[in-house]
Design a protein around this ligand. Structure first.
Ligand SMILES: NC(=O)c1ccc[n+]([C@@H]2O[C@H](COP(=O)([O-])OP(=O)(O)OC[C@H]3O[C@@H](n4cnc5c(N)ncnc54)[C@H](OP(=O)(O)O)[C@@H]3O)[C@@H](O)[C@H]2O)c1
Length: 340
């Protein structure tokens, strides 16, 4: 304790074309700066692997393009090792946008102090950067503010076993949806969704010849809402499986992130004939409302009504391989790196 003098950090070595590989990232060790007033030294225990940061590795985005040589961004969980700010004490558990690294010196106001009392029931500290962090909030605000879910409606969700999708499906049910249908890439994912997670049906898209027909069948004649995490062909199929007045909440475009020539949307006619609407969002726009949503989610988790899956992979050196696995369907739940 207190002896941290360096950080190991993954930086961007080369812009990837396609799924990131060994040449995309480089692991560097560098000294930590001395603490200044208002700063803390944090030992990172876990950081997240987020598919949504992939576009910034190759191109300009709403957060800019990640510069070559820059730290890879992600959510992190850590422990305060040294403090030069009375608001945080040694031993405090904190979260923040710490990136793929083992330690950092940060302004204390860039760290969110976590209340240990939160983690006495079924909620684990890593949930603070998962279901109670960006992925869970994406599900919540995507359904409530973007899709404007109403009682009894049918919701179709892609990448349904991922942290965003699985939470969206369970929240949809808790918020009053009539039918919840997931789309996922394996039998085991579908079995979990229709079993423990309580989805009404699941389409294994890798074993489906006609996705549009499968979507219409599984939704019982069409969905009111498509919660889109994937884009591309799956989105085109979902457009034809929406009821008149259907809404598409665009959360993510997983199938396009590694594609240098995005496929885009081709089925535009149903937007007219079926009076469809499609709206994208960045969850950070709702940050002021996170605490209220979190309080409700904690209660549902502790009541056993809201489940979350985490896949914790040991070793900072494994981050790039574990990250690439997000784009081949390897992960089952929120993928995190346990730094140590
Ligand atoms: N709008 C926002 O503010 C916001 C914030 C956070 C996240 N997001 C978005 O939410 C989405 C889900 O993120 P997540 O963290 O929960 O990750 P995730 O769903 O676990 O993402 C990985 C999974 O995506 C599926 N997948 C990967 N490539 C695919 C492809 N080409 N076609 C179909 N499925 C593919 C795979 O599952 P299968 O085995 O089922 O194929 C894989 O296991 C992402 O698009 C992310 O960008 C948006």
């Amino acid at each position: 304790m207190g002896s941290l003098t360096t950080t190991r950090r993954w930086v961007l070595a080369k812009r990837p074309a396609g799924i990131p590989d060994d040449t995309t990232f480089a692991l560097k060790e560098q000294p930590l700066p001395a603490l200044e007033e208002g700063q803390v030294k944090v030992r990172v225990t876990h950081f997240s692997l987020d598919p949504g940061m992939r576009p910034a590795l190759s191109q300009d985005t709403y957060v800019g393009a990640t510069p070559i040589g820059s730290l890879i961004t992600s959510a992190g969980l850590g422990v305060v090792e040294e403090s030069a700010d009375e608001k945080l004490k040694v031993g405090d558990l904190v979260t923040g946008g710490f990136g793929w690294q083992s330690a950092l010196v940060a302004k204390s106001r860039h760290c969110v102090k976590q209340n240990p009392a939160l983690f006495q029931g079924r909620v684990t500290p890593t949930a603070a950067i998962g279901i109670l962090g960006i992925p869970g909030m994406t599900s919540w605000f995507g359904l409530k503010n973007i899709a404007t879910l109403k009682e009894g409606e049918t919701v179709l969700i892609s990448s349904a076993s991922g942290p965003v999708g699985a939470t969206a499906g369970q929240l949809a049910r808790l918020m009053g949806a009539g039918r919840v249908v997931g789309i996922a890439g394996s039998k085991s994912k579908c079995d979990w969704l229709t079993g423990e997670a309580g989805f009404d049906a699941c389409i294994n898209y890798r074993e489906t010849d006609n996705l549009a027909v499968a979507m219409r069948d599984a939704t019982g004649g069409g969905a009111d809402i498509y919660f889109d995490n994937v884009g591309g062909e799956m989105l085109d199929a979902a457009i034809t499986a929406l009821k008149p007045g259907g809404r598409i909440a665009v959360s993510g475009q997983l199938s396009e992130y590694n594609n240098p020539e995005p496929r885009g949307i081709r089925n535009t006619l149903p937007f007219i004939t079926q009076r469809l609407t499609m709206r994208g969002f960045v969850v950070l726009d709702y940050v002021r409302e996170f605490a209220e949503a979190g309080t409700q989610m904690v209660q549902w988790i502790n009541d056993g009504k809201l489940l979350y899956l985490e896949e914790v992979i040991d070793g900072i050196e494994n981050a790039p391989t574990a990250y690439a696995g997000l784009f081949t369907g390897e992960n089952f739940g929120r993928r995190l790196i346990h730094v140590g």
